[in-house]
Ligand binder design. Structure first.
Ligand code: HEC
Ligand code: HEC
Ligand code: HEC
Ligand code: HEC
Ligand code: HEC
Ligand code: HEC
Ligand code: HEC
Ligand code: HEC
Ligand code: HEC
Length: 448
C-alpha cells in the first residue's frame, strides 16, 4: 500500500459501495429492526458463554502472580460490548480456558508472561498484521526480553479495542504512551499543527502525517536502518526535490548527506554522525556480523569518557582494513539533529535553514558535535562521542571520502597537507604520523 492511499484511508474518504451491497445492508437493517432477538443491546456482549464468563469477571477480583504483582481479573462489560470484538466471543481468544476446567488456579509468572501468551491469539484472525508486526523493531525488542516494547495489546488494549475509524486523529495514541517527548515535539511541528487544524494541503487530499504515517503502525523499523523515511517524506512531497534545486547547488548531494530535519527543524542542535561502514559487505559495521574487535575497541575508548580522538579513530579504521582482514572499513558522514524529539520539530518552509554560511564556514555549530556510530543487527545505531578534531584530521578526511563540507571546520594547513599527500602520493601512514604531531601541537596550543 502506498503512503498516499494509507493517508487517504484515514480521512475516511467514502469507498465505492456496490448497489448489491447497499440493498443487502438495507435488508439487514430491516431484519435487525424487526427482530429484537438478533439486535442485541449495545451493552450486552455477544454469546451466551460470554455472559457466563462475565458473571464472574465483571466483578472486582484479583489474582496474585508469581512475581508478586496483582492482576485485576475484572473486564468491563460495557467497554467489551462496545469494542470491535463484542461479537467474537471471549473464548475465541481464550481458547485454553474453553478447553479445560476453569478457574484452573494455574500460576502465572507475570503480567507480561500472560500477555505474551495471549497475544498469540490475535494471529488467528489478523495474520497479516501479525506477520508485519513480527518484522518490526518493537517485536525484536520484545524477543530480546525488553519489557517496555509493545505487544498488540499495549497499543490496542485487550478488551476495549475500538474501530480505527474512531481513533482520534491528533492524540498521538498509542505511540505517545511510550514516546511522549517525541509526541510533544511533533505536536508543535508543521505536521502536528496542520493535523490539529483539519489536516490538508490546499487542493489536495493528502493528510498531514502522524506517527504511523511515517513509521508505519506494525512494521516500525529502526530509523537508521535505511533511508525509507526520506522516501516517505518525498512520497507526500513529490515536488520537494525540484524545489530545492532552485536555490541549492548539488541538491541531490545535500539531501543525501544532510537529514531533512537538519534544515527543517531550524532551532535544533545539529551534529555530524560518522557511521562505520563495511565496504566489503556494503553494510554498516555491526549489521551483518558482530565485528567484535571494533566493538571491543570502541567500548574500551568509550570507557575513558574522553571521546574518540583522531588517532584512535584512525587506528580503529586502519586496524580493521589491513590486508588479510576480511573487512574494509570506512566512514560515512551525515549531518543530522542531535536528538530524536528534535527530528520531529519540523517548521514551515520560511523558517528552514537556507543560509549556506550556517554550514559552510569555519566553526559552524553543526561541526562542533561529532559522533561515531556502529549499527546493531536490529538496525539501531549505537553512537560514541568523538572529538570534533576528527573532522579536520587528515586521516578521517581520507576515509570520509564523500563527506566534507568545504570551509567547515577544516584547518587550512591540513587542507594543504591533504593536497600534498594526494598529489605527492605520500603514504597515508606518513600522513598519519605527521598529523599526529600536528594534532599534539594543536592540543597544546589549545591548552594555553
Ligand atoms: C481479542 C482477544 C480477546 C478477547 C475477545 C477477550 N480477551 Fe481477555 N485477554 C486477552 C488478552 C490478550 C489478555 C492478556 C492481557 C493483555 O495483554 O492486556 C487477556 C486477559 C484477560 C484476563 C486477565 C486479566 C487482564 O485483563 O489482563 C481476563 C480475566 C480476561 N481476559 C477475560 C476475558 C473475558 C471475560 C472476555 C469476554 C468478555 C475476554 N477476556 C475476551 C484477549 C482477549
Ligand atoms: C465461576 C467464576 C468464573 C467463570 C464463570 C469464569 N472465570 Fe475466569 N477466572 C475466575 C477466577 C476465580 C480466576 C482466577 C483464578 C486463579 O486465581 O487462579 C479466573 C481467571 C481467569 C483468567 C486469568 C488467567 C488464569 O487462567 O488465571 C482469564 C483469562 C479468565 N479467567 C477468563 C475467563 C473466560 C474467558 C471465561 C469464560 C469462558 C471465564 N474466565 C469464566 C473465575 C471465573
Ligand atoms: C506500536 C503500536 C501498535 C502495535 C504493537 C500493534 N498495533 Fe495494530 N494498529 C496500530 C495503529 C496506530 C493502528 C491504526 C492504523 C494505522 O495507522 O495503520 C493500528 C491498526 C490495526 C488494525 C486495523 C487496521 C489494519 O491495518 O487492519 C488491526 C486489525 C490491528 N492494528 C491489529 C494489530 C495486531 C493483531 C497487533 C499485534 C500483532 C497489533 N495491531 C500491534 C498500532 C499498533
Ligand atoms: C476470532 C477472530 C479474532 C481474533 C482472535 C482477534 N480479532 Fe481483532 N477483529 C476481529 C473482527 C471480526 C474484527 C472486526 C473487523 C471489522 O470491523 O472490519 C476485528 C477488529 C479488530 C480491530 C479494529 C480493526 C478496524 O479496522 O477498525 C483491531 C485493532 C483488532 N481487531 C485487534 C485485535 C487484537 C489486538 C487481537 C488480539 C488481542 C485480535 N484483534 C484478535 C476478529 C478477531
Ligand atoms: C513526518 C514524518 C514523521 C512523523 C509524523 C513522525 N516521525 Fe518519528 N522520525 C521521523 C524521522 C525522519 C526520524 C529520523 C530522524 C533522523 O535520524 O534524522 C524519526 C525518528 C523517530 C524515532 C527515533 C528517535 C531516536 O532517538 O533516534 C522515534 C522513536 C520516532 N521517530 C517515533 C515517532 C513517534 C512516536 C511519532 C508520533 C508522535 C513520530 N515519530 C512521528 C519521521 C517522522
Ligand atoms: C509500550 C511502549 C511503546 C509503544 C506504545 C510504542 N513504542 Fe516505539 N519503542 C518502544 C521502545 C521501548 C523502543 C526502543 C527504544 C530504544 O531504542 O531505546 C521503541 C523504538 C521505536 C522506534 C525505533 C527507534 C530507533 O532507535 O530507531 C521507532 C521508530 C518507534 N519506536 C516508533 C513507534 C511508533 C510509530 C509507535 C506507535 C505506532 C510506537 N513506537 C509505540 C516502546 C513503544
Ligand atoms: C540544506 C537545507 C535543506 C535540506 C537538507 C532539506 N531542505 Fe527542504 N527546504 C529548505 C529550504 C530553505 C526551503 C524553503 C525554500 C523556499 O522558500 O523556496 C525548503 C523547502 C521545502 C519544502 C517546501 C517546498 C515547496 O513546495 O516550496 C518541502 C516540502 C521540503 N523542503 C521538504 C524537504 C525534505 C522532505 C527534505 C529531506 C529529504 C528536505 N526538505 C531537505 C532547506 C532544506
Ligand atoms: C502523509 C503525507 C506527509 C508525509 C509523509 C510528510 N509530510 Fe510534510 N506535509 C504534509 C502536509 C499535508 C503538509 C502541509 C501542512 C499545511 O497545511 O501547511 C506538510 C508540510 C510540510 C512542510 C512545510 C511546508 C511549507 O509549505 O511550509 C515541510 C518542511 C515538510 N512537510 C517536511 C516534511 C518532511 C521532512 C517529511 C519527512 C520526515 C514529511 N514532510 C513527511 C504531508 C506529509
Ligand atoms: C545544513 C547545512 C548546509 C547548508 C545550509 C548548505 N550546505 Fe552545502 N553542504 C553541506 C554538507 C554537509 C555537504 C557535504 C559535503 C561533502 O560531501 O563533501 C555540502 C556540500 C556542498 C557542496 C558540494 C561540495 C563538494 O565537494 O562537492 C557545495 C557546492 C555546497 N554544499 C554549497 C552550498 C551552498 C551554495 C549552500 C547555500 C545555498 C549550501 N551548500 C547550504 C551542508 C550544508
Amino acid at each position: 500500500m502506498t503512503l498516499q492511499s494509507r493517508a487517504g484511508g484515514i480521512t475516511g474518504r467514502p469507498k465505492p459501495v456496490s448497489a448489491a451491497l447497499l440493498v443487502s445492508l438495507v435488508i439487514l437493517g430491516v431484519i435487525l429492526l424487526v427482530s429484537p432477538a438478533i439486535a442485541r443491546s449495545s451493552s450486552e456482549p455477544g454469546t451466551k458463554s460470554d455472559s457466563k464468563c462475565l458473571k464472574c469477571h465483571s466483578r472486582k477480583r484479583n489474582k496474585t502472580l508469581k512475581d508478586g504483582d496483582v492482576l485485576s481479573l475484572q473486564v468491563s462489560k460495557t467497554e467489551y460490548a462496545n469494542s470491535v470484538h463484542g461479537d467474537i466471543g471471549c473464548t475465541s481468544c481464550h481458547q485454553a480456558i474453553a478447553a479445560r476446567k476453569h478457574p484452573s488456579r494455574e500460576s502465572i509468572a507475570s503480567k507480561r508472561q500472560l500477555s505474551l501468551t495471549l497475544n498469540q491469539s490475535c494471529r488467528k484472525c489478523h495474520a497479516k498484521n501479525f506477520k508485519v508486526y513480527e518484522s518490526s523493531i518493537h517485536a525484536s525488542l520484545v524477543a530480546e526480553g525488553n519489557l517496555m516494547a509493545p505487544l498488540c495489546t499495549d497499543c490496542h488494549s485487550a478488551h476495549a479495542i475500538e474501530s480505527m475509524a474512531v481513533y482520534q486523529p491528533v492524540t498521538g495514541l498509542p505511540c505517545k504512551k511510550c514516546h511522549e517527548n517525541i509526541y510533544e515535539a511533533y505536536a508543535q511541528s508543521v505536521h502536528g499543527g496542520a493535523r490539529a487544524n483539519g489536516n490538508v494541503i490546499r487542493d489536495s487530499h493528502i493528510q498531514a502525517p502522524i506517527c504511523a504515517d511515517c513509521h508505519q503502525a506494525h512494521g516500525v523499523t529502526a530509523v537508521a536502518a535505511s533511508n525509507y523515511l526520506q522516501s516517505t517524506c518525498l512520497d507526500c512531497h513529490p515536488d520537494a526535490s525540484l524545489a530545492h534545486r532552485q536555490w541549492l547547488p548539488n541538491a541531490g548531494l545535500h539531501l543525501d548527506v544532510v537529514s531533512c530535519a537538519a534544515c527543517h527543524a531550524p532551532l535544533a542542535e545539529r551534529r555530524i554522525n560518522l557511521e562505520l561502514y563495511d565496504n566489503t559487505a556494503q553494510l554498516p559495521v555491526g549489521q551483518h556480523n558482530d565485528h567484535a574487535q571494533i566493538k571491543k575497541q570502541l567500548h574500551a575508548i568509550d570507557e575513558t569518557g574522553a571521546g574518540l580522538d583522531p588517532l584512535e579513530l584512525w587506528n580503529l579504521v586502519r586496524a580493521n582494513s589491513e590486508d588479510g582482514q576480511e573487512t574494509d572499513i570506512t566512514l560515512r558522514g551525515r549531518m543530522e539533529v542531535s536528538t530524536g524529539p528534535e527530528a520531529h520539530r519540523l517548521a514551515i518552509k520560511a523558517e528552514a535553514v537556507r543560509n549556506c554560511d550556517s554550514c559552510h564556514h569555519k566553526g559552524s555549530d553543526a561541526f562542533q558535535n561529532v559522533v561515531v556510530s556502529i549499527t546493531r543487527p536490529d538496525g539501531r545505531q549505537i553512537s560514541y562521542e568523538a572529538d570534533k578534531e576528527v573532522l579536520s584530521s587528515i586521516m578521517s578526511v581520507a576515509s570520509v571520502r564523500d563527506f566534507y563540507a568545504p570551509g567547515g571546520t577544516r584547518i587550512q594547513l591540513l587542507d594543504v597537507l591533504l593536497v600534498l599527500s594526494l598529489v605527492g602520493g605520500l603514504a597515508i601512514p606518513l600522513g598519519h604520523i605527521t598529523v599526529g604531531k600536528i594534532l599534539k601541537k594543536r592540543t597544546k596550543q589549545g591548552d594555553q
